[in-house]
Write a protein that binds this ligand. Structure first.
Ligand SMILES: [Ca+2]
Length: 110
């Protein structure tokens, strides 16, 4: 049977795959690769979002607050770990802020 030639992944599909791969890379540093401990979250923030983390007055304190607000944010299940759904709500929030900043920096259309 002839095999259907697969289309190459789209930019969006590549982007989604990258998010999953990056999450698993950090979440898998210790134990379960489906959840991030504070140590794993801190490592993720210090490497992958370093310009944000470095710009904070007290990076560790900020990360602790972020972790506390993410953990249990959706289903109310506070377990001291960040699962993929909680991770996506962080990325979503940061992307909304980036999108707003990018929209403002563009010259206004006339
Ligand atoms: Ca883990």
């Amino acid at each position: 049977m002839a095999q259907k030639i697969q289309d190459p992944p789209t930019d969006m599909e590549r982007c989604m795959e990258s998010l999953i791969t990056i999450f698993q890379r950090y979440a898998g540093k210790e134990g379960d690769n489906s959840k991030m401990s504070f140590k794993e979250f801190e490592s993720f923030m210090n490497v992958e979002l370093k310009s944000f983390t470095k710009s904070q007055k007290n990076p560790q304190e900020t990360l602790k607050k972020m972790m506390a607000s993410l953990d249990g944010g959706i289903d109310g299940k506070k377990d001291g770990q960040i699962d993929f759904q909680e991770f996506l709500s962080l990325i979503g929030g940061m992307m909304i802020a980036c999108h707003e900043a990018m929209s403002k920096s563009r010259p206004a259309c006339r």
